[in-house]
Design a protein around this ligand. Structure first.
Ligand code: SF4
Length: 288
């Protein structure tokens, strides 16, 4: 978009941060994954990096934000992640948060992450595959900022957003209140050229088998219409069809985090996890 067009523009939407999904492939199989990743279709596992960057480039021309939050699945599984890191922090000069589940040691040179704009956020999930502490030490050695993420709620638990089989809620009042009270409604998410209020909202129709309305998400395109729609979408937040099939975030309905599907090798193992995250995780795990 050239300068002249930009000056004529309608108002630019503003957000503190936005989420960018690089694909739904994950090294864990959490049975209660809020984004339903273990059930995501095969064609959503790894998105093309040139496509991700070109969609993000368009969105950033129309949206004012301070921080991009990269998520999967597990983002360190994406072999071209360095391209996105460079684009966000060097080309766009935005802050970047990489949200990892702490099970993957990235193969690329950590000097790429040594930048005051970058933070790696490591979830200390109680799973056998968790190498979060080791990852954190390696990052620290390389001078990279990182921090531990103690799950979603303040009590080290996950919100129970419900699984694939959440029955449709037809009562608009209930769904509206679910949305209004949902912490995730602020997580504007870019997923394969679509933007929605939350990350579950973009992918769940394909997993839960319902049809979205045209107004549920925006398709990214470099037009003034898109800019207008984005401004409206961000300003006048309303529940989306995904909220009919999701229980939202409710402090009184929380569950144990990262329980693995039975068949999966990375199954939950509190004893082993406690040994890997001495002290700190032990305290977290002892909470009810
Ligand atoms: S209630 Fe709606 S906004 Fe909240 S996580 Fe579920 S689908 Fe997303």
């Amino acid at each position: 978009m050239d300068e002249q067009t930009d000056n004529n523009a309608v108002l630019r939407a503003k957000k503190r941060f936005m989420v960018v999904i690089v694909g739904h492939a994950c090294s864990l199989k959490c049975k209660d994954c809020g984004n339903l990743d273990p059930y995501a279709p095969a064609d959503t596992m790894v998105y093309s990096m040139p496509d991700i960057i070109s969609n993000l480039d368009v969105v950033l021309s129309h949206l004012e934000i301070a921080q991009v939050q990269v998520q999967g699945g597990e983002p360190f599984l994406h072999k071209d992640l360095p391209d996105l890191i460079k684009y966000v922090t060097e080309t766009r000069k935005k802050r970047l948060l990489i949200a990892t589940n702490g099970t993957i040691m990235p193969k690329f040179d950590f000097s790429l992450l040594k930048n005051e704009r970058i933070t790696v956020r490591i979830s200390d999930y109680p799973v056998v595959k968790n190498i979060g502490l080791q990852l954190m030490k390696e990052l620290e050695k390389a001078g990279v900022q990182s921090r531990v993420y103690e799950f979603n709620t303040k009590k080290g638990r996950w919100y129970n957003k419900g699984g694939v089989d959440v029955p449709r809620e037809d009562n608009d009042e209930i769904v509206s209140s679910r949305f209004e009270n949902c912490d995730n409604k602020h997580c504007l998410t870019l997923d394969n050229g679509k933007l929605a209020h939350c990350s579950r909202g973009v992918i769940s129709e394909r997993i839960q088998g319902y049809s979205s309305l045209q107004t549920d998400y925006l398709t990214v395109e470099d037009t003034m219409d898109f800019r207008r729609s984005l401004y409206k979408y961000v300003k006048e937040k309303k529940f989306i069809t995904a909220c009919r099939y999701c229980l939202g975030t409710n402090e009184s309905d929380t569950i144990e985090p990262a329980l693995q599907l039975e068949s999966f090798e990375g199954k939950t193992n509190k004893m082993e996890a406690q040994a890997r995250w001495p002290g700190k995780l032990k305290n977290l795990l002892s909470r009810k």
